[in-house]
Design a protein around this ligand. Structure first.
Ligand code: ZN
Length: 475
């Protein structure tokens, strides 16, 4: 028998002050994972969430890794019922607060302040990711309080190294495959379309990142003595880099677009209906002229088209003042954002081939690989995604939109490759939440609606099995 959702939602409203206080307690712990001077505090944050989950009734353990501990917690579903098993992922570590002087209140003294949307909570980690992970933890708490049960079987995995590159994540997943097995992984650190419109992210771009150094003469040279007698490695590198993209914004790496799938008509229509405001998007960063691949809208280019960008360039004399030198070598950091169906290995090879074909006679390249990851496209016909859509719709009174994301979340690929199941990306952040920046905030409305949404989605997850059971028994 499905348990009623409404009392759970009522309880969330009644206990909202409690939820805010608990989030403030967690935000007071400076769990800066990248800085070893905060190792004790990072562990303290892990212990805090572990204790909180234990208080709700989870079977919790703090698991040591070569870096910061992993929090793993399990809770059974209702006895005797065949319900889905959901893995929830979040991270309890935060970015360093610097630059400190730009904070209006202490980064680890979480403060409630006025916002155009009502009230907001300000502090490092408010949205990324402590506020977001508390949305599902509070939903579990409310279900337990009201019904003394969770409607589905739940495993929670919270890491403490997300902001420092997640070095322990893949090994941990590999070592604990069986324990972490589930039907789907709910990932919470994504954004809404806007404060009234919930969103499910289903496209994430991948990445190829290289560093290329062009070596010419065997030492730096006097440009008066040698200028005019040989090819300057920096001039040569700039010319080659200039050929990477043509005047129409089309990347010239061989076969670059071969595997890119065209956007479906319904997808195109849905994205167009979002009313993306290009001039606001660019205006915020002081740009009034968009540029990119011809024939694509800005939103399409950011979500569904690959790119090639030079991320850094150096060589010769880069100190203050003038020095008339011809550098012996020149270096560029180059990355490509990839989309679904593109093979990072092939793109990597073709990028190197593009550069190698243009090597000035007698010169040589030195390449470094800074990592590759494939793009992710989550199937939109899964019953879990459908359940999440239903839960969001009943919470917000309007349908959730399916959105892309120009960035990457490596965890989603790791879950797919190592644990063998898909993720569901539902988050309640807003674009102006200042993630990683001073005065990071989370709207209290997003916090409360996030908690309610997770409570409703849990309920919908349980219905999947009811329907599956019904169709199975009628066969
Ligand atoms: Zn972050």
């Amino acid at each position: 028998m499905p348990l009623p959702l409404q009392p759970v939602i009522d309880h969330i409203e009644q206990d909202f002050d409690g939820a805010i206080q608990r989030l403030q307690d967690l935000l007071r712990i400076p769990s800066i994972s990248t800085d070893p001077t905060f190792n004790d505090q990072t562990r303290a944050a892990a212990q805090w969430v572990a204790d909180d989950l234990k208080g709700i009734g989870f079977d919790v353990s703090l698991r040591d890794t070569p870096g910061h501990p992993m929090v793993v917690a399990h809770h059974d579903g209702p006895t005797g019922e065949d319900v889905p098993h959901i893995l929830y992922y979040g991270h309890y570590d935060v970015q360093p607060p610097d630059p400190m002087e730009l904070w209006e209140t202490g980064p680890f003294e979480p403060t409630i302040a006025d916002s155009p949307h009502g009230k907001k909570i300000v502090g490092r980690g408010a949205v990324d990711d402590k506020g977001q992970l508390m949305t599902f933890i509070e939903a579990f708490r409310a279900w337990k309080k009201v019904h003394d049960a969770l409607p589905v079987k739940v495993t929670v995995m919270l890491e403490g190294e997300e902001e420092s590159g997640s070095p322990s994540l893949d090994p941990f997943l590999n070592e604990n495959k069986e324990e972490l097995a589930a039907d789907v992984c709910v990932v919470c650190d994504t954004a809404m379309w806007n404060i009234d419109t919930p969103a499910i992210t289903y496209m994430l771009r991948g990445l190829v990142y290289i560093e290329a150094t062009l070596h010419g003469p065997n030492c730096d040279l006097h440009s008066g003595v040698y200028g005019g007698s040989l090819r300057n490695p920096i001039n040569a590198l700039c010319k080659i880099l200039g050929e990477l993209i043509d005047d129409d914004g089309v990347v010239q790496i061989p076969d670059f677009y071969d595997d890119v799938l065209p956007l479906g008509d319904s997808e195109k229509a849905q994205w167009e209906s979002l009313g993306f405001d290009e001039s606001a998007f660019l205006g915020e960063i002081g740009i009034n002229t968009p540029f990119g691949e011809k024939g694509q809208s800005t939103l399409q280019r950011v979500w569904s088209r690959p790119t090639c960008d030079i991320n850094g360039i150096h060589g010769g004399y880069i100190g203050e003042g003038a020095k008339t030198v011809i550098g012996a070598h020149a270096t560029a950091k180059i990355s490509c954002r990839l989309v679904a169906n593109q093979d990072p290995g092939t793109i990597h090879e073709n990028l190197l081939a593009f550069l190698t074909q243009r090597t000035p006679k007698g010169y040589r390249w030195e390449f470094k690989n800074h990592g590759t990851s494939p793009a992710i496209r989550i199937p939109t016909d899964s019953p879990y995604l459908e359940a999440a859509k239903e839960g969001l719709k009943e919470t917000y009174g309007r349908p959730a939109v399916l959105i892309g994301c120009g960035g990457s979340i490596p965890l989603v690929g790791s879950i797919q490759q190592i644990l063998g199941f898909e993720s569901l990306l539902v988050g309640f952040g807003l674009d102006d939440d200042r993630m990683h920046s001073p005065n990071e905030k989370f709207e209290l409305r997003c916090l409360q609606m996030g908690i309610k949404s997770h409570a409703a989605i849990l309920n919908r997850f349980a219905m999947i099995s009811q329907e599956a059971l019904a169709s199975a028994s009628s066969m």
